[in-house]
Design a protein around this ligand. Structure first.
Ligand SMILES: [Zn+2]
Length: 307
C-alpha cells in the first residue's frame, strides 16, 4: 500500500511527502474491527496515524483495569519466591535512566502509570511529581503520596524552569501532539536540567523485518513512532541538546513480533499463542534482543537531552 498524501505535513520535518504504508488494526488488545492508516514521512521516516487519533478516543480504548502500566506495583514489601526472583532477573526489562544524586531534586514522570519509578525516586530523597491520564493509576500512586496529576501534561500547568529531571518512558509514543508536548517539557525543565525519553525505535532490525507485524508498532496506541534522528530533531528544534542515545530492546520485539505474525489470520491478541508463553523462547529472545542493542538496532531507544 503506497498512497502519497498531499494535504498533510510531517509533524517533525514539515515535509508534505507522506505516504500511507499500512492500513491495519490493533494487534495487542483485540480491537480488530477498526482499521487505521499509518503514514511514513519520505524525508525523516516518522510514522504517524492518519488521520491523527484524538487523545479522547485514544484514552477511551485503554482498559484501566488491565493495562499493564496502571496496575499496582510492588513496593518491596511483597514476598516473592526464589524461582520468581531468578525468572525476573533473567528476563529483566528496565529503563536505563541516568544515575544521579536525586536528594531534593525535582523529578517529573510523564505518563507515570501507577507511579512505580516515582515511588523509588521518592525513597531516594527526590521531590516527585507525576502526570498520568489513567484515573486508577493516579489513585494508586497517590496512596503513596506521589503527587500525581490526573490528566495531560498541558492540563497539569506545572511551574516553569522547575524540574531537574523529567522522564517519559514508553509514554511519549502514546502522545498525539508531540510538538506541543516538547515545548511544554522545555518550559518546565530547569536550565541545565535533563530529560529522558524512552520510545520504540523504527530503525530497529525487528521493525525492518516485521513491518506492520512489529510488536512496537502498537496501532493505535502508538500514534507516532520515531527513529533516533527524527526524535532528536524534534527535541532540538525546541531548544534541547542531545546528550546520549542508548538502545534497550527486549524479548517483545523479537518474540512478540513473531507471535503477531503467526496470529495474523486468526486475529488473536499478541499475548495469545505458543511462542510468547514459552519460557525457553522468552529467554533466548531476550538475549537476541541484547545483541541487537549492541548493534544499535534494538527495538527501544532511550535518549537523554539537556536544556
Ligand atoms: Zn518528516
Amino acid at each position: 500500500m503506497e498512497k502519497i498524501l498531499s494535504d498533510q505535513r510531517c509533524i517533525v520535518c514539515n515535509s508534505n511527502e507522506l505516504k500511507i504504508i499500512y492500513n491495519t488494526y490493533d494487534r495487542h488488545y483485540g480491537n480488530v474491527n477498526k482499521l487505521f492508516n499509518v503514514t511514513e514521512c519520505n524525508s525523516c521516516k516518522l510514522l504517524a496515524l492518519s488521520p491523527m487519533i484524538t487523545s479522547d478516543e485514544l484514552h477511551s480504548m485503554y482498559d484501566d483495569d488491565t493495562y499493564y502500566a496502571y496496575q499496582p506495583f510492588e513496593d518491596g514489601t511483597q514476598k516473592i519466591t526464589l524461582l520468581q526472583r531468578i525468572g525476573r532477573s533473567v528476563l529483566k526489562i528496565k529503563a536505563m535512566d541516568p544515575d544521579f544524586d536525586c536528594v531534593n531534586k525535582h523529578i517529573l514522570d510523564i505518563g507515570c502509570g501507577s507511579g512505580r519509578e516515582l515511588f523509588f525516586y521518592k525513597k531516594r530523597g527526590a521531590m516527585v511529581t507525576g502526570v498520568e491520564i489513567s484515573k486508577s493509576g493516579t489513585d494508586f500512586g497517590n496512596k503513596y503520596g506521589l503527587n500525581i496529576f490526573n490528566g495531560t501534561l498541558k492540563e497539569a500547568n506545572l511551574e516553569g524552569d522547575k524540574f531537574d529531571y523529567i522522564r517519559s518512558n514508553h509514554s511519549f509514543e502514546h502522545i498525539t501532539n508531540p510538538v506541543e508536548t516538547v515545548e511544554e517539557i522545555y518550559r518546565i525543565t530547569k536550565p541545565g536540567g535533563r530529560v529522558f525519553v524512552g520510545v520504540p525505535n523504527t530503525r530497529s532490525l525487528p521493525y525492518r523485518i516485521f513491518g506492520k507485524y512489529w510488536y512496537y508498532l502498537g496501532v493505535p496506541f502508538h500514534p507516532v513512532n520515531y527513529n533516533p534522528e527524527n526524535l532528536i530533531k524534534l527535541f532540538e528544534a525546541k531548544g534541547f541538546k542531545k546528550e546520549k542515545v542508548n538502545y534497550n530492546g527486549n524479548l517483545h520485539g523479537v518474540l512478540g513480533s513473531l507471535q503477531i505474525y503467526l496470529n495474523r489470520n486468526n486475529k488473536k491478541s499478541s499475548s495469545e499463542g505458543l511462542l510468547v508463553n514459552n519460557i525457553l523462547l522468552k529467554v533466548v529472545s531476550h538475549q537476541v534482543a541484547k545483541i541487537f542493542n549492541l548493534l544499535k538496532l534494538g527495538d527501544c531507544m532511550e535518549v537523554t537531552f539537556i536544556k
